[in-house]
Design a protein around this ligand. Structure first.
Ligand code: FES
Length: 139
């Protein structure tokens, strides 16, 4: 499977997201505390752009009357009807057995490794000192 260099990691600071077109696919990349996650930029419910959604935290509970917000925000809430998807797995919390956003593994790679290859990066120059985000796509 080809690996595509999609952007410099510094272009997506912690807490931000960015939609990128990679080999004809629209992928939204989220930065959660320096960890990167990729999802198809299309909600599987009715097709809204997840890149317009809000990154939110999960409510955790050990039992009745005990609720707390998770320390990390690892879900995206769709802007149209509020369905929420796990950034790691794409799992829906409305219909977890049936609905899942398409996920992409995003890898952070030093520029030096990009120069050595084999990657596809034909739209921007690569600096050896920088860090880049790479996604592997099926053919
Ligand atoms: S289109 Fe995303 S929740 Fe309906």
């Amino acid at each position: 499977m080809p690996k595509y260099v999609i952007t410099e990691a510094a272009e997506i600071p912690p807490g931000a997201s960015r939609c990128l077109t990679v080999a004809g696919r629209e992928i939204v990349v989220f930065n959660v505390d320096g960890e990167f996650f990729g999802l198809a930029d299309r909600c599987p419910h009715r097709g809204a752009r997840l890149s317009a959604g809000m990154i939110v935290g999960r409510i955790e509970s050990a039992g009745y009357g005990d609720y707390k917000l998770a320390s990390r925000r690892t879900m995206v809430r769709c802007p149209w009807h509020g369905w929420e998807y796990d950034l790691r797995t794409g799992q829906s919390f409305c219909e977890p057995d049936r609905v899942r956003a398409r996920g992409y593994e995003i890898e952070s790679v030093p520029g030096q490794a990009i120069v050595e290859g084999p990657f596809k990066a034909d739209t921007f120059p690569i600096e050896q000192e920088a860090e880049y985000l790479v996604v592997e796509l099926p053919r």
